[in-house]
Design a protein around this ligand. Structure first.
Ligand code: ZN
Length: 299
């Protein structure tokens, strides 16, 4: 099935639930950036998290950026997820591979690093973006995002994200976000009930590998709590909005001397989009155009 995101509520609107499948988007990220297994898991978890976080924003054009800077060999990562279901991202060192952790799983925590910071930026498409920073809890990403939600957004939340990748590629990837909204936050039993059900649920990837759909998982968790699944399905895909114009805009910032140097030495300039790996070639005419613009601006 194609990647998608669905929303639901339960307990008279006291619980908000969102689920997302990102298998194909993460496979595309893996191929575009030639990611190792552990880098695929790290970026994939962050991509699912970004889509889950942006899903409660209202305004068209809203987006969430997740930036992680840990002390591990992955060298950080950045994800840009949008309300329209598009997502893109990259890691600092895509080839890093590590032995499995004690549970036999991809050691995302060691790759990201257990010390460092998580930055989340919410951009509503107007005004100043809202950003906040928290320290990493484990570098496993799911726990770090849940910690961010609890401390920065003061919403009791449970977040599960997972990626399963083997020689065939990314087999399953996705995530689940459950939040207890302020109207229900006074009911301590609700939080306890959810917590114990989630702990019995097992890992998100194993549920998907058993063939469960997001609807099945919602039913298992919230079926007896007045579950309502919204009929709208948001399609999800890896997408980057880079273009030659944007690349030229970035090159322009290098200044006249550097651009002239590129014309003489290289006969143009190659620039690669970090988010999607696409390579652009700015030829001599493009570079001359930029130099003229700079000179006109400084005149
Ligand atoms: Zn791009």
């Amino acid at each position: 099935m194609a990647d998608h995101l669905i929303r639901a509520t339960a307990a008279d609107g006291g619980i908000r639930a969102v689920g997302v499948i990102t298998t194909k988007a993460v496979q595309e990220a893996k191929e575009r950036h030639q990611l190792s297994y552990v880098a695929t898991a790290a970026l994939g978890r962050a991509m699912s998290s970004g889509l889950l976080l942006v899903s409660n924003m209202k305004k068209e054009g809203s987006r969430v950026n997740i930036k992680i800077r840990g002390n591990g060999p992955l060298g950080g990562l950045l994800v840009d997820a949008r309300l329209d279901g598009t997502v893109r991202g990259y890691v600092g060192n895509p080839r890093v591979e590590l032995p499995p952790n004690q549970q036999g799983k991809l050691d995302v925590g060691a790759a990201v690093g257990r010390q460092g910071y998580l930055y989340v930026v919410r951009d509503m498409g107007y005004g100043y973006p809202y950003s906040s920073t928290v320290e990493l809890v484990s570098g496993e990403i799911g726990e770090d995002i849940a910690h961010y939600l609890a401390t920065s957004e003061q919403t009791p939340s449970a977040l599960m994200v997972g990626v399963f990748a083997d020689k065939q590629g990314v087999t399953v990837s996705g995530g689940l976000l459950l939040q207890i909204l302020p109207k229900a936050a006074e009911e301590p039993q609700l939080a306890e009930t959810l917590e114990s059900r989630i702990s019995q649920l097992g890992s998100f990837t194993s549920l998907l590998r058993q063939g469960k759909t997001l609807t099945d998982i919602f039913e298992d968790l919230l079926g007896d709590l007045g579950l309502y699944i919204f009929p709208e399905i948001q399609m999800v895909r890896f997408h980057c909005n880079c273009s030659l114009e944007r690349v030229l805009g970035a090159l322009k910032m290098l200044g006249v001397d550097e651009l002239e140097d590129m014309i003489v030495k290289d006969g143009g300039a190659e620039a690669t989009c970090q988010f999607c790996g696409k390579t652009y070639w700015a030829n001599v005419d493009h570079l001359h155009g930029l130099i003229e613009e700079l000179k006109a601006e400084n005149f």
